[in-house]
Design a protein around this ligand. Structure first.
Ligand SMILES: Cc1cc2nc3c(=O)[nH]c(=O)nc-3n(C[C@H](O)[C@H](O)[C@H](O)COP(=O)(O)O)c2cc1C
Ligand SMILES: [Fe+2]
Ligand SMILES: [Fe+2]
Length: 403
């Protein structure tokens, strides 16, 4: 049975939810599933903006048919050629064989790479900022390469000031009956997941994100419809635009300490707890401590986007970094994390290259520095380490509190 919602006159949300999916992209754990948004404009011409994942095809096709209510489909705009939004292009073209399939050269190239279905007669190639009139409204297509794939476009309804933003502004989590961010406790329930989505999926592409935001900066935008999660308008629109400004410039939101440790026998954890307690005594607030083995890296990546100061504590493992710490730092580097202050704790029993490896990874991130002297522990924290621990805590606290 169909499930659709008219979000503004003539604009229908016709997507769906997958609440069983364990991991998005088979990588990122989902606590509350994921939503695939798709939108159908009913004007003099009918226009579908993106399809959905294959897992919800049946519902989606019913939704399309229900909203079309006997009319045919004139246009299918494909803003993003990733399979979570393209699983139903073939079904749509088979059902509406005259539909014009709107994309750019890369869209069609990827379509042909992914699918064996010949849709060449349906192709309608558009260029950056080309327009399409649907009757009472006009769409303008903006190419947004590498946000987060090369073929990505954003489509602006210039008449109604609605931006169909592709994966940008997307959030993990299924819908809960309301579709606008202002119809839920967005800050409490969704902002952290929006950050996790951004940091892990779009985070590497801060420069292209800034590019498209600049390109759109002269446009009036009153609503953003992303391909996953809530739709933004009013205050929440201002909030998420502000977050994207910060996130894409790698500007931390929380001026405090994020402490991430690895441990086998809890001795390194003990050092981190002692360091954090000292930081608290020195006036640092809102710290967070994470055991790297207890959390999926995507949550720690999101926290790294959030926090200004990152303290990494690693035991020595086979002469080098504890590999979950190594993997996390590799992810930070690969996602272009920058503009952060790091402090280091190394625990070793006989010796190794752990500190050198930490410094090497941090050196690969732009605009980072190491605050304080790295704290070197032999197996367990001892009374004679306390002076050095205290000195490190003072340096970190001064750096946080003076910012
Ligand atoms: C499999 C394994 C390999 C280790 N390799 C090294 C090493 O190469 N060099 C070293 O100094 N300590 C090594 N250690 C000892 C750990 O560094 C030591 O257990 C750690 O410093 C204690 O911290 P933790 O209680 O937080 O795990 C190793 C420990 C394990 C279990
Ligand atoms: Fe995507
Ligand atoms: Fe997506």
């Amino acid at each position: 049975m169909y499930n659709t919602h008219e979000i503004t006159p003539g604009l229908h949300w016709i997507g769906g939810n997958d609440r069983r999916l364990e991991r998005f992209e088979n990588l990122f754990p989902l606590r509350f599933g994921v939503a695939y948004n798709s939108f159908l404009i009913m004007d003099e011409k009918t226009c579908l903006l993106d399809t959905v994942d294959l897992s919800i095809s049946q519902l989606f096709l019913e939704n399309v048919e229900h909203v079309l209510n006997g009319r045919t489909l004139d246009y299918l705009v494909v803003n993003h050629m990733e399979p979570d939004h393209c699983g139903n292009i073939e079904s749509i073209i088979r059902r509406y064989p005259d539909v014009r399939f709107i994309g750019n050269a890369k869209t069609f190239q990827f379509f042909e790479q992914f699918y064996g279905f010949d849709a060449r007669k349906n192709y309608q190639m558009v260029k950056d900022q080309e327009e399409l009139n649907l009757g009472s409204r006009t769409l303008r297509f903006y190419t947004a390469p590498m946000v987060h794939w090369p073929e990505v476009m954003m489509t602006l309804d210039v008449t109604n000031h609605i931006l169909f933003s592709s994966d940008s502004f997307g959030t993990f989590g299924a819908h809960n009956g309301t579709y606008f961010a202002d119809e839920m406790d967005y800050r409490r329930d969704h902002l952290d997941e929006a950050r996790r989505y951004y940091a892990n999926i779009v985070g590497k592409f801060g420069v292209p994100v800034q590019g498209i935001m600049r390109k759109l900066s002269n446009e009036v935008i009153e609503m953003i419809c992303p391909l996953h999660g809530p739709i933004y308008r009013n205050e929440e629109l201002a909030l998420i635009l502000d977050k994207y400004e910060k996130w894409s410039h790698y500007i931390p939101e929380t001026n405090s300490a994020l402490l991430i440790f690895g441990t086998m026998y809890n001795n390194t954890e003990n050092v981190v707890d002692a360091l954090a307690t000292r930081l608290g005594q020195l006036g640092v607030r809102n710290m967070r401590i994470y055991d790297v083995s207890e959390h999926d890296p995507s949550y720690l990546v999101a926290e790294a986007w959030n926090y200004s100061h990152i303290i990494i504590a690693s035991p020595t493992y086979n002469t080098g970094l504890f590999y979950k710490i190594d993997g996390l730092l590799h992810e930070f580097v690969s996602l272009n994390l920058q503009n952060r202050k790091f402090s280091l704790v190394v625990n070793s029993t006989w010796g190794g290259q752990t500190l050198e490896q930490l410094l090497e990874q941090i050196g690969k991130m732009k605009n980072t520095s190491v605050v304080g002297e790295p704290l070197l522990i032999k197996s367990t924290l001892k009374e004679h380490n306390m002076l050095e621990l205290d000195a490190l805590a003072k340096d970190i606290a001064a750096s946080i509190l003076n910012e």
